[in-house]
Design a protein around this ligand. Structure first.
Ligand code: 4AD
Length: 430
């Protein structure tokens, strides 16, 4: 058996491919069957004269999504360079599918989401899954190059990281309630004292009733954390990561981008240029001059994020936010203690916030004060406070939303297509 993605190495030889029927068309004694095997798609051409009756029956009976083994001879398309076809010599029908509910026509999003287990097989979803894999692989590669190691964090947690309003409680045996993690950050802050630089990669949860094109209730986050790294260097690491991911997609996702009709030019430009940095205080008047009604002290809305990068070829870091609208763990700016040493990174092409990061408060007393100010219980965070008792060091980190990054890289409009099985406010099936 050979993979469709390797077919160019087998021109003129007899090969067998195994996969599913994606599309069929026949005209009299010729059948044109598009097969997908997971590695790619290829057109197979069968002629009644050249096949046994069994093989001809098999290929003409095999409807959409039937599974088949096809033997034949690959050749390059006479008119399209780089496109291959297989002249079929034999066919085995492995399983004949019953009538497939997703036809090659427009279907409504609710119907497709209800059939997500099948929808994943479409060419577009195949392309998105593969870009996601490239994004995830690139994240792992870049971090290892920067001397981070993967340590991972628990999903059941006793306390909040990103505010108590978006926690999902879970009954936990005799211990009362646990919560699904909003971010593994606090745990990798502990692990850096062992390994210096580390990251986790896994699902996180937000009980936010945000019904937007950018919110999931369960999404994948990569949290990275580094000892002895301060605010400016933290942003440099993030910029490097985003450029590394985009470069990997440009290099490896040509076929996927073509299927998704994603123009890679803006990404190619972006990786060559330095990212822009604006402090929160600079960003607010800049936005107001351009029509936003945002006030100092408020969080950025979707429209503000869109406005910030509308005409920018590069992402924009908005940094040093008011401490009042950011979590307790962020380090106060020594030059202005009403601000924190944090950043959001806003992507281009309408992708919005991709990364949230900050230098962490490493002073025991200041951290305790912030925990109290936020109305959190110091006892619950005692283990986290311990990290400020035994060799506390300046340290920083950030979290990237994988689906936000996939959405940007693929250019798809809705984040629900950027994760295999989306969990939304109104959906936990299939
Ligand atoms: O900015 P956030 O909330 O940061 C944290 O959780 C930090 N503890 C991370 C850290 O410093 N280690 O979330 C980080 C990123 C956002 O920038 C966004 O990309 C993504 O997670 N994100 C979401 N993605 C999809 N659906 C949601 N509901 C999301 N909320 C955040």
């Amino acid at each position: 058996m050979v993979f469709i993605s390797d077919i160019r190495q087998h021109i003129g030889q007899t090969v067998e491919i195994k996969g599913w029927v994606y599309n069929t068309r026949s005209s009299g004694s010729l059948a044109f069957v598009e097969i997908r095997d997971g590695s790619g798609f290829i057109q197979c051409v069968a002629s009644k004269q050249e096949l046994s009756d069994d093989a001809w029956n098999a290929i003409t009976r095999a409807g959409q999504e039937s599974s088949v083994a096809i033997t034949g001879i690959p050749k390059e398309h006479p008119k399209k360079a780089g496109v291959f076809e297989i002249s079929v010599t034999h066919v085995v029908l492995i399983h004949q599918a019953v009538e497939y509910p997703i036809a090659h026509k427009e279907h409504g999003p609710e119907f497709l989401l209800e059939n997500r287990h099948l929808w994943l097989r479409s060419k577009r979803q195949w392309a998105i899954l593969r870009v996601r894999d490239v994004v995830e692989t690139a994240i792992n590669e870049y971090l290892h190059q920067q001397k981070f190691i993967r340590t991972d964090s628990p999903v059941f947690t006793p306390n909040s990281v990103e505010g108590t309003t978006t926690l999902f409680p879970v009954p936990y045996f005799d211990l009362g309630e646990a919560y699904l993690s909003q971010s593994g950050q606090l745990y990798i802050e502990a692990a850096i004292a062992s390994v210096g630089r580390c990251y986790d990669f896994g699902p996180v949860f937000r009980a936010e009733k945000s019904v937007t094109k950018r919110h999931l209730t369960e999404f994948w986050m990569m949290d990275a954390e580094a000892a002895f790294v301060e605010h400016e260097e933290n942003m440099r690491i993030q910029e490097g990561l985003v450029k590394y991911i985009a470069s990997a997609c440009i290099e490896k996702c040509t076929e996927e981008f073509a299927i998704l009709e994603r123009d890679s030019e803006p990404l190619k430009k972006m990786v060559e240029l330095p990212f822009v940095k604006l402090t929160y205080e600079e960003a607010i008047p800049w936005l107001r001059e351009r029509g936003s009604d945002i006030e100092l002290g408020e969080d950025l809305g979707n429209d503000d994020e869109a406005l910030l990068t509308k005409d920018s070829p590069v992402p924009v870091f908005i940094h040093k936010w008011p401490k009042t609208i950011k979590p307790f763990y962020m380090k106060l700016d020594p030059t202005d203690p009403t601000r924190v040493l944090n950043n959001d990174l806003i992507g281009i092409e309408g992708s919005g916030e991709i990364i949230g990061g900050s230098q962490r408060e490493d002073n025991f007393d200041l951290l305790l004060e912030r925990i109290r100010e936020e109305g959190l219980s110091p006892e619950e965070y005692s283990w986290y406070m311990d990290l400020r008792k035994y060799g506390s060091v300046p340290h920083s980190g950030f979290g990237i939303g994988v689906e936000r990054m996939v959405r940007w890289m693929t250019g798809v409009e809705h984040i629900r297509e950027c994760i295999p099985f989306p969990r939304l406010v109104n959906r936990v099936r299939p």
